[in-house]
Design a protein around this ligand. Structure first.
Ligand SMILES: CSC[C@H]1O[C@H](OP(=O)(O)O)[C@H](O)[C@@H]1O
Length: 368
């Protein structure tokens, strides 16, 4: 599989190259972004997606603007505003912009300032890869501690593998680590309507890595819990508030309620860049509302060789004109979260104090 995102410098000029996730699993097609509007569109159509990767994409987008002499401040504003919920996007953009501004303030030439911006984007990319390795190890250790049986049946929602990360992902990276250690009995994969990140992307990543996995419709999860088939839930996050509230793909909150009712550990796996001390609680998290067409039209990848169609342009599954409610995320309150696993440590129980202590301990680069 090509990398989810890479920087390239062909003769015609630097570009950001994305593995177009709207085309998976049918085709592995690379999308070449030569300017910031193209990258913004890719973010908005989820050709590139997933909180940590959005931060990386945002940082490289600012670098692309700097190298191609676009208006860097305008580019940063467009990129940061492309999707509202994943805090990582704004963080990555601000990291790169701050590097550009610092270089310029120190008398750097435009070329030098652009080089400094690109170097910061690469640093963020590398940091996320390292964070992914760390959360995988910490997450597996936590599963082993919580589930003494040594063979884990894990349910996951949406997609949290290499397609959302500079490394092997977040929650999926934990499942992958369990698999490599011979301690993953089953990965239950929620299809994750309406854009089917689970069916299209997690099943694709699970197959590529040889995981024992089974796909299910989102509404079948309850019966799995009732049958005692779920040992733990592992999910990612798009924004973790200061009180430990977790915004993640819509459908996560019901899983947390089911896990609580069935006394199953509910574990959130995320890099520290997903924690936003500036957002006090779950009610303060802006939840992206997406087009109703993504619900009323089945979103499936375009046939091989056909032009990309994008989310919400598939077969009609509801009468024309049907109104649809389509929040991209929901919020899980901290009392339903067993633990939050980050590269800087594990917070459990999840409290504002525990979150604050973790952030204080983290070596995450802060932006002045
Ligand atoms: C660990 S980041 C993955 C996170 O992002 C997904 O949202 P989207 O596919 O809309 O970018 C989902 O919330 C995943 O948990």
């Amino acid at each position: 599989m090509p990398p989810a995102l890479r920087w390239a410098e062909p003769p015609e000029g630097p570009v950001v190259v994305l593995l177009d996730q709207t085309r998976l699993p049918t085709e592995e097609v690379e999308l070449v972004c030569t300017d910031v509007p193209a990258l913004v569109r890719a973010i908005q159509t989820l050709a590139v997606r997933g909180a940590p990767l959005l931060g990386i994409a945002g940082a490289y987008g600012v670098a692309l603007a700097a190298v191609r002499r676009f208006d860097v401040e305008e580019a940063a504003a467009q990129l940061a505003g492309a999707r509202p919920t994943a805090v990582n996007l704004g963080y990555g953009v601000r990291r790169a912009l701050a590097a550009h501004q610092a270089a310029a303030a120190n008398g750097a030439t435009p070329e030098e300032a652009a080089a400094a911006t690109l170097a910061e984007a690469r640093r963020l990319h590398q940091e996320d890869a390292e964070a992914s390795r760390a959360v995988a190890a910490r997450g597996l250790a936590l599963l082993d501690e919580l589930l003494p049986g040594g063979s884990h049946r894990v349910l996951t929602h949406c997609n949290t593998g290499a397609l959302v990360s500079g490394g092997e992902g977040t929650a999926f990276a934990v499942a992958l680590a369990a698999h490599r250690a011979g301690r993953l009995r089953r990965l239950w994969i929620d299809e994750t309507r309406p854009l089917l990140q689970g069916a299209r992307l997690t099943a694709y990543e699970a197959a590529r890595n040889g995981l024992a996995s089974t796909l299910l419709t989102d509404n079948a999860a309850g019966s799995l819990f009732a049958a005692g088939e779920v040992d733990a839930v592992l999910v990612g996050a798009d924004r973790i508030a200061a009180d430990g509230s977790v915004a993640n793909k819509v459908g996560t909150y019901p899983l947390a309620v089911l896990a609580k009712y069935h006394h199953v550990p509910f574990v959130v796996v995320a890099p520290v860049t997903t924690i936003d001390p500036g957002t006090p609680d779950g009610a303060s998290i802006e939840i992206e509302q997406r087009p109703g067409s993504e619900v009323t039209q089945l979103t499936a990848p375009a046939p091989a060789g056909a032009a990309a169609t994008g989310p919400g342009s598939g077969t009609l599954v509801a009468p024309l004109g049907t109104q649809a409610y389509n929040p991209a995320f929901d919020v899980t309150p901290p009392e339903l979260v067993t633990a939050i696993v980050t590269e800087a440590g594990v917070v459990s129980p999840v409290t504002a104090g525990g979150i604050a202590e973790l952030c204080a301990r983290s070596r995450q680069v802060t932006i002045s």
